[in-house]
Design a protein around this ligand. Structure first.
Ligand SMILES: Nc1ncnc2c1ncn2[C@@H]1O[C@H](COP(=O)(O)OP(=O)(O)OP(=O)(O)O)[C@@H](O)[C@H]1O
Ligand SMILES: [Mg+2]
Length: 217
C-alpha cells in the first residue's frame, strides 16, 4: 500500500503521522519505505535521531525524493516494499501532487482550529484535479490531530470536515499529547516510548487499524 500524508497547511502533524505509521507498519513485520518528500527534511531529521537511539535497527528504509519525478521513482520502488509512506510538506507542491497520483491512500490531518478549516477549499480543488487524472480513485481519510481533550473546537472542526463528503472524515481523533513531541525528539514513535503513554498509543492504533485493516497487536 502507498500512503501519502499531506495537506496544504503547515504543522498539522504530517511528519508525526508519517513516522509513527512507518514504525507501526514495520512493527507488524512489513518491509517499509519512508519517503521524505519535504524540503524541510523533518522525516530525515527524525530518522537521523532514530539511528542514534536505535543504532542500525530503525525498522524502515528512508529515501528523499522531490518534484514531479517522484511519481516515476515511486512506481519503480513499489514492488520492492510492502508499504510506502510519503511525508509531504505543508503546501501544494509538485512533490505532493506526484505522490497523490501514485498513492492508494491519502491521509489528511487537521488541527481543530478555525484557520485550519480555511484551507479546505484548496484541498478540495487539489483533490478534484488529482481524482480526475487517476485511473482509480484515491482513498482519502481526514481526521483531527492535536485535538483538544474536550471543547468546542473539536466539534466545530468535525462538523465542517463532515460536511465535505469527499474528505471522508473519520472520527479517530489524536489528542494533543506531549508524548508525540517527546518521542520524536529521540527519533521514536509513541509505541516505543518509555514510559508509554497508553492513551496516545491507543488513539494512533485505532486510526491506523481503521485505515489499513491491520489489527492491533
Ligand atoms: N498529537 C500531537 N500532540 C502533540 N504534539 C503534536 C501532535 N502532533 C504533532 N505534534 C507536534 O506538533 C509539531 C508539528 O508536527 P509535525 O512536524 O508532525 O507537523 P507537520 O505537518 O509535519 O509540519 P510541517 O508542515 O512543518 O511539515 C511538532 O512539534 C510535533 O511534535
Ligand atoms: Mg512535516
Amino acid at each position: 500500500m502507498i500512503f501519502t500524508v499531506g495537506g496544504i497547511k503547515g504543522g498539522t502533524g504530517k511528519t508525526t503521522i508519517s513516522t509513527n505509521l512507518a514504525v507501526w507498519l514495520s512493527r507488524h513485520g512489513a518491509d517499509v519505505l519512508l519517503v521524505d518528500a519535504d524540503e524541510q527534511e523533518s522525516a530525515s531529521d527524525f530518522t537521523a535521531w532514530r539511528e542514534e537511539t536505535k543504532s542500525d535497527d530503525i525498522g524502515y528504509t528512508l529515501v528523499q525524493l522531490h518534484g514531479a519525478t517522484l511519481r516515476r521513482q515511486i512506481e519503480q520502488m513499489r514492488s520492492k516494499h510492502d508499504h510506502i509512506v510519503i511525508d509531504t510538506g505543508g503546501r501544494d507542491t509538485a512533490s505532493q501532487r506526484a505522490a497523490l497520483f501514485v498513492s492508494d491512500i491519502y491521509l489528511l490531518p487537521f488541527a481543530p482550529r478555525s484557520y485550519e478549516i480555511w484551507t479546505l477549499s484548496k484541498v478540495q480543488a487539489l483533490l478534484s484535479e488529482i481524482q480526475s487524472g487517476r485511473p482509480t480513485s484515491l482513498q482519502i481519510y481526514s481526521f483531527l490531530n492535536k485535538a483538544d481533550t474536550r471543547g468546542a473546537d473539536n466539534s466545530e472542526a468535525t462538523e465542517v470536515l463532515r460536511e465535505n463528503e469527499e474528505l471522508n472524515f473519520v472520527d479517530f481523533p489524536i489528542i494533543n499529547r506531549k508524548a508525540f513531541a517527546t518521542a520524536a525528539s529521540k527519533g521514536l514513535s509513541v509505541f516505543e516510548m518509555v514510559p508509554a503513554d497508553e492513551k496516545a498509543i491507543s488513539e494512533v492504533e485505532a486510526l491506523f487499524s481503521h485505515i489499513t485493516g491491520i489489527k492491533k497487536k
